[in-house]
Every structure is written in structure tokens, then in C-alpha cells.
Ligand binder design. Structure first.
Ligand SMILES: Cc1cc2nc3c(=O)[nH]c(=O)nc-3n(C[C@H](O)[C@H](O)[C@H](O)COP(=O)(O)O)c2cc1C
Length: 223
């Protein structure tokens, strides 16, 4: 697969097949992802990959917390703003509308929306869950490096016929995740990633999100 095809065929998959992913492939994806640049080549990333019992027991604990005491759990950093502005309000609304419509959930059906949201904590059935952390003692610029590393994972996965979904939803349950994985205090959880083979028959995977064309977000000078 060439790079353009890998980038353009990436999408967030929200229903995966019950088909295991070989550990060798995961290592290869991570070795490729680690070719990401980072300021002074500090390589500020840590990865925790879970499958089988480790995955299931983590999912169970998070699901339990999300269903019984969600208000007790907060992220350590704000991935989303507390106050939204245009054009983001509209784009966000459009995604929510299209995503729920794809699985036949009505706008006012709160229970069904909640149920769909909770599927995050099953990694949308993906057999492999990945958690990415960085060192909280580093500066904000490090988060640029982390974005590049995370994107590399999503793209490299395509080279093996795999799909992914980035998951900020897990940041709410960083305390449970930290307990399961045992990483040190100085690490902060940035996101989870579901990794597996796409269920091509699932309507939620048919969603192709829009993008503004380059002319709309770029100003060219001196061309
Ligand atoms: C860091 C990050 C976190 C995300 N968190 C979630 C999430 O928690 N749940 C979810 O369903 N999608 C999540 N997404 C997927 C976005 O909604 C998705 O990337 C966006 O709508 C564009 O669609 P596409 O990935 O199919 O191109 C996340 C994406 C990124 C990059």
C-alpha cells in the first residue's frame, strides 16, 4: 500500500471482527510508528497493548464504572474544550448526527446513544486495545511529537490490512487503566486506540467523514 492510499483509507472503525491480531504485527506497527520525529529525538512515547484476559478484565472494570459512577471519573487533561465555537460546533454536531443515524439511533433516544457511547469501552469489539502515554514532566511541544507517533500507528496499521479508532473516551478512566497497567505516576494517558480487522458489514463503518478542501484552510503567498 502506498502512503497516499494508507492515509486516505484510514477511518475510524467502530465495529471490528472477532479475529485476533498477531503480536508480531503489532510490534512491526509500533516499530514503524516509532520512526516519528520528536524534538531532540527524545521519543517521549510509551505504549501498553492489551488483548485476551488483560483486555477483557480492563474493559469490564471500565464498563462497570461507566455504567454505575461515571461522575466520579474525569480526564487528566482536556481533549475537548469546555466552550465550543464555530465552525467546530457544526462539524461536531454533523459527526454525531451521522454516526448515530448510521446505526439507526434517533436524535432524542438518549438510552440508545448512551449504549452506543459505551461501546468505546469494549474497543468497539476490537481484539486489541492500545494505550498511549507520555511523560507529564515534559513540555507542551512534546504533545506534537505524540500526535505524530499516534498518527503513525493509525497509518502503519493500514499496511497490514488493519483498522483503528482513536479513543479519547478512555481518558475519563485513566485511574482504572493506570491500576491495571501499573505505569508510573509521571506518565499521563493521552488516548486509547482500538486495533483490529474491520467488520465491513457494519453500517457504522460505512461513514465517510467530510473534510474541508485545502483552499479553505490555506493561504498561499508568493506562488
Ligand atoms: C485523539 C482522538 C481521539 C478520538 N476519540 C474518539 C472516541 O473516544 N470515540 C470515538 O468514537 N471516536 C473518537 N475519535 C475519532 C474521531 O471522531 C474521528 O477521527 C473523526 O470523526 C474523523 O473521522 P475519521 O477518523 O473516520 O476520518 C478520536 C479521534 C482522535 C484523533
Amino acid at each position: 500500500m502506498d502512503i497516499k492510499e494508507a492515509i486516505e483509507s484510514r477511518k475510524s472503525v467502530r465495529r471490528f471482527l472477532d479475529k485476533p491480531v498477531d503480536q508480531t504485527i503489532i510490534k512491526q506497527i509500533l516499530n514503524t510508528a516509532a520512526r516519528a520525529p520528536s524534538g531532540h529525538n527524545i521519543q517521549p512515547w510509551n505504549v501498553y497493548a492489551v488483548t485476551g484476559d488483560a483486555r477483557d478484565s480492563l474493559c469490564n472494570d471500565i464498563m462497570q464504572a461507566a455504567q454505575t459512577e461515571p461522575e466520579k471519573h474525569q480526564p487528566e487533561y482536556d481533549y475537548y474544550p469546555t466552550e465550543w465555537h464555530e465552525p467546530y460546533i457544526n462539524r461536531r454536531r454533523k459527526l454525531g448526527y451521522e454516526l448515530y443515524a448510521s446505526v439507526g439511533i434517533q436524535r432524542d433516544d438518549k438510552d440508545a446513544r448512551e449504549k452506543q457511547m459505551l461501546r468505546n469501552y469494549l474497543f468497539f469489539d476490537a481484539p486489541v486495545g492500545i494505550f498511549v502515554t507520555t511523560d507529564r514532566r515534559l513540555a507542551i511541544g512534546t504533545w506534537l511529537d505524540m500526535g505524530m507517533f499516534i498518527q503513525n500507528i493509525l497509518i502503519a496499521a493500514r499496511g497490514y490490512g488493519l483498522h483503528t479508532c482513536g479513543q479519547a473516551a478512555f481518558t475519563w478512566y485513566h485511574d482504572i487503566i493506570q491500576k491495571h497497567l501499573g505505569y508510573p505516576e509521571n506518565e499521563i494517558l493521552l488516548c486509547g486506540i482500538a486495533l483490529g480487522y474491520e467488520d465491513e458489514s457494519a453500517p457504522e463503518n460505512k461513514l465517510v467523514t467530510e473534510r474541508e478542501p485545502a483552499e479553505n484552510f490555506t493561504q498561499f503567498f508568493g506562488f
